[in-house]
Design a protein around this ligand. Structure first.
Ligand SMILES: C[S@@+](CC[C@H](N)C(=O)[O-])C[C@H]1O[C@@H](n2cnc3c(N)ncnc32)[C@H](O)[C@@H]1O
Length: 298
């Protein structure tokens, strides 16, 4: 019989100090009712480091020589990395049937398309987008320069993305057709097709780091789903403003279905879609502008 080690108790004072440090560094807002979460995840870390209490840990991450490495370790432990392939499929349908045809048409001369999956966790979201593009473009994919970048604050999550091998839980919302086409099952693990794997690159990026985001230039499509819920209004405003700056004039933004940017002061507007929703810049070219048949390659 195994007995679980009891998490090191966290005082309110230590919780206040740690949540302030985390907020300042990442924008992640831990409300008081989430104290148990920090306690369970960081308590174990404090014990591993053979420290007596959180005071020592706070000194370690703020003034210690390994503070930057420990910040990374801390984010690996405190972030919630829940995701799956084809998560919220209706919204991906909006991408596939509304945004993608328009943006492919608009880029049909230069044949270059840039997609950013911000806070992509273990990579299922950008890989799902890659599969959709692969299926849509077929052999014409070779004519296009497609850039899909997945970023996250957690390098542990990105390591899983790099490896491209997933447990069955990750493919729980994937149709049999897509599973057969893009994965190889080996002893209960699902290995992603190397071509899809090669369509996506990954990089550690903290959304608090505006300069880091600017370095990448303008995007045609940005996905940032299920992370704004962890931020307060100030951080949300800053992050979504950065997205606005990094979007091409006719670009598309997809946020999570339970997230809202309605109250922010950003020049973005929702695009009505039968299922799901997305946003474009206020003043973006009209969607009804052309009706000519799509010519994507050749
Ligand atoms: C719930 S997952 C969402 C994954 C994916 N976008 C989806 O919807 O399935 C939230 C991710 O946000 C990341 N995250 C939290 N704060 C962040 C920050 N300040 N900068 C970048 N990523 C962050 C976490 O590491 C985590 O992987």
């Amino acid at each position: 019989m195994t007995t679980a080690t009891k998490a090191l108790a966290m005082t309110d004072e230590h919780f206040a100090k740690l949540s302030k440090i985390i907020y300042e560094r990442s924008g992640i807002h831990f409300q008081e009712n989430k104290k148990y979460l920090l306690e369970s995840r960081l308590g174990r870390r404090v014990q591993e480091l053979e420290m007596d209490d959180y005071e020592q840990y706070i000194a370690f991450i703020t003034i210690g020589p390994y503070r930057d490495d420990e910040f990374q370790e801390m984010f690996n432990r405190i972030t919630i990395n829940e995701t799956s392939f084809f998560r919220n499929d209706p919204q991906l349908k909006v991408f596939e049937t509304l945004a993608l045809p328009k943006i492919l048409e608009a880029r049909s001369n230069e044949k270059r398309l840039r997609i950013w999956s911000a806070a992509c966790s273990t990579g299922e979201e950008p890989f799902s987008l890659a599969m959709i593009l692969h299926r849509t473009l077929g052999i014409r994919l070779a004519d296009w320069r497609i850039e899909i970048l997945g970023t996250d604050i957690s390098d542990k999550a990105l390591k899983v993305a790099h490896d491209g091998v997933y447990a069955s839980y990750a493919v729980r919302s994937t149709s049999k057709l897509m599973l057969d086409r893009y994965f190889t099952e080996k002893t209960g693990r699902f290995e992603l097709d190397p071509e899809i794997r090669s369509m996506v690159s990954f990089e550690t990026l903290n959304l608090k780091d505006r300069l880091g985001a600017r370095r990448h230039g303008k995007w045609d499509v940005i996905f940032c789903r299920n992370v704004l819920i962890y931020f307060d209004e100030k951080m949300k405003q800053q992050v979504v403003q950065t997205f606005h700056e990094q979007m091409a004039d006719d670009a598309w933004l997809f946020i999570g279905h339970s997230e809202s940017i309605r109250d922010l002061n950003v020049a973005l507007e929702p695009v009505p879609a039968p299922e799901g929703f997305c946003h474009r810049k206020i003043g973006a070219p009209s969607l009804a502008s052309t009706n000519k048949p799509l010519s994507l390659g050749g």
